[in-house]
Design a protein around this ligand. Structure first.
Ligand code: NAP
Length: 337
């Protein structure tokens, strides 16, 4: 194969917000696939807040990306060379492809998908992929959603949060409240996604708004952001509430220690639980979530939104920062030329 593979490698571990100095752009020839492997031409890269954690040294739920290695990323692309009986040239697949234009990977780690006029490719990195399954298992299994529950979700206009709120409504939640940054995002939640209320955390007092909106307390708090918003939600828990720790994006770039939940004793007085979870624990059941979510999508009961940015792979580092600035609505995806 004569193509050149353009790559983005982690050049240094960041302190705080990752600037351009943490990335190195390299090129190398695209090789032939090894036994059981394929070469995928990457067309779409998933930009995920978790990437910030993967850049840190130390113990986590997956090993850190090594300095000098191609940055880890979920992606979608087309098989352009195959040395596996399981995949043929032309198949469209998703999986851990890395921030590069061509990925030589084990075919067993990839899922075949079928984009169509009705389902654009980027949707397989969004509601029909990891973020959708995260919302599904996080809300229904970790959050143990029950009919009539009052549900609050932060990061509500993002990839995971927007699905959590819509799923809660489908599953019979009594009231669904989203917390997001800015009036446009809040209007999208209530006017288009069917949330009962939205709190603009940038322009209002979250604790005061939660007091008004949850007179009987919160049964499920699905946390994507951590920090002061988590604290405000903890102060409003109903008896036997479930706090789902999905993420804490407000803390990922912290340089002076993280904001710990001061109101944690509310868990004791309300006999509630707070439980962390990670998607990889549910990856083997991702098909279950995708099947259910695609059914609701087809029925128009779930609205999907992807925020697709067009650009070369070298734009990755800059586009990633949109997540931390709140510049995305729905799932952020980089579409390669
Ligand atoms: N546990 C798992 O397996 C798993 C899997 C996927 C994702 N996650 C976590 O879920 C969360 C959401 O991920 P996502 O992929 O759906 O991202 P996303 O919500 O689509 O994008 C991130 C959003 O976070 C908000 N944000 C950024 N900085 C913030 C701050 N300081 N305070 C409050 N909000 C802030 C921004 O929205 P605003 O404009 O509203 O601020 C931004 O749009 C992240 O914490 C991520 O790490 C966990």
């Amino acid at each position: 194969m004569s193509n050149t593979n353009q790559q983005v490698r982690l050049a240094a571990r960041p302190t705080g917000t990752p600037g351009p100095e943490v990335w190195e752009h390299t090129t190398e020839p695209v090789g032939e696939p090894g036994e059981g492997r394929v070469v995928v031409k990457v067309s779409h890269l998933s930009l995920d807040p978790a990437m910030r954690g993967w850049m840190n040294a130390g113990k986590s739920y997956v090993p850190p990306v090594e300095v000098g290695a191609v940055m880890r990323a979920l992606g979608l692309g087309e098989v352009v060379a195959s040395n596996s009986p399981d995949l043929a040239v032309g198949d469209v697949v998703t999986g851990l492809l890395g921030v590069q234009t061509h990925a030589e990977v084990d075919a067993r780690g990839l899922q075949k998908v079928q984009p169509s006029d009705a389902v654009p490719p980027e949707r397989y990195l969004a509601v029909l992929g990891m973020p959708g399954a995260t919302a599904y298992f996080g809300l229904l299994e970790v959050g143990e959603l029950a009919e009539g529950d009052t549900v609050v979700v932060s990061g509500a206009a993002g990839a995971v949060g927007s699905i959590v709120g819509q799923l809660a409504k489908i599953k019979g939640a009594g009231k669904v409240i989203g917390i997001a940054g800015g009036p446009e995002k809040c209007a999208w939640l209530t006017e288009e996604l069917g949330f009962d209320a939205a709190i603009d955390y940038r322009n209002s007092d979250v604790a005061a708004r939660l007091r008004e909106l949850t007179p009987d307390g919160i049964d499920v708090y699905f946390d994507n952001v951590g920090g002061e918003i988590l604290d405000a939600a903890l102060a409003r828990l109903a008896t036997h509430a479930r706090v789902v720790l999905c993420g804490a994006i407000s803390q990922y770039n912290a340089t002076e220690g993280i904001h710990a939940p001061a109101n944690y004793l509310s868990l004791l007085t309300t006999r509630s639980k707070m439980e962390g979870f990670v998607f990889p624990d549910y990856a083997h059941r991702a098909g279950e979530a995708a099947q259910a979510l695609s059914g609701w999508l087809a029925q128009g009961r779930i609205t999907a939104r992807e925020d697709v940015v067009d650009g070369p792979v070298t734009d990755f580092g800059e586009v990633l920062l949109k997540l931390f600035r709140g510049e995305n609505t729905g799932k952020l995806v980089l579409r390669l030329p």
